[in-house]
Design a protein. Sequence first.
Length: 222
Amino acid sequence: MAQSIRVPLAYGPKDKFLARVAAVPGNDPASVAITLPRIGFEITGLQYNPQQKLNILTKNIAVGVGDDADKVRVQYTSTPYTLSISLFIVTKNQDDGLQIIEQILPFFNPDFCVSITDIPEMGIKRDLQIILENVSYEDNYEGEFTQRQSIVWNLTFNLGINFYGPVDMQGYIKTAIANTYAAINPSVDTLEKIKYQVTYTPNDASYLDDWNYVEQFDEAYE
């Protein structure tokens, strides 16, 4: 008869799990041996990824996201890193280990993509690539005959992650000014200065409202 068994998943070093497996329960009724199979994982490294680097002056801009519809959110581009994670599966027999492994490996060829929202307030979404780098196998059969056997499958994954800086808030640009110069008398180096100004109206309108703009030309002489 087919049966589904939930395998516990926890964060922790592999050596601690194996020490629990090898430990002999004492006389205390609360002292029991660890139940197998179990799955554990731990972070093994974090490295900068220069291949995914973007210009540090590039900015992410979000308009009308969240409750601040009249504000613009600005954030500098993220810094790419590669996160290494080691996953280990501890079982007491070969059959349990193989049944768990065959439910994991088919999803990695050799990577698996998951869509995530990196920064909700900026509306940044991307595909997180999880790469299966290596699979190894251990059969701890050495020791006395009465010692518990532990079979360990080790899987190494790399994740491409990004670290983001703070999000700054700024208002919309409501007025733009451009100054131009033209020579009206080159013999005496006289320049004509023209100030061009554009202002949108009404002044309290958001980008979702109906609005217009007013142009203004001012001439001065220098």
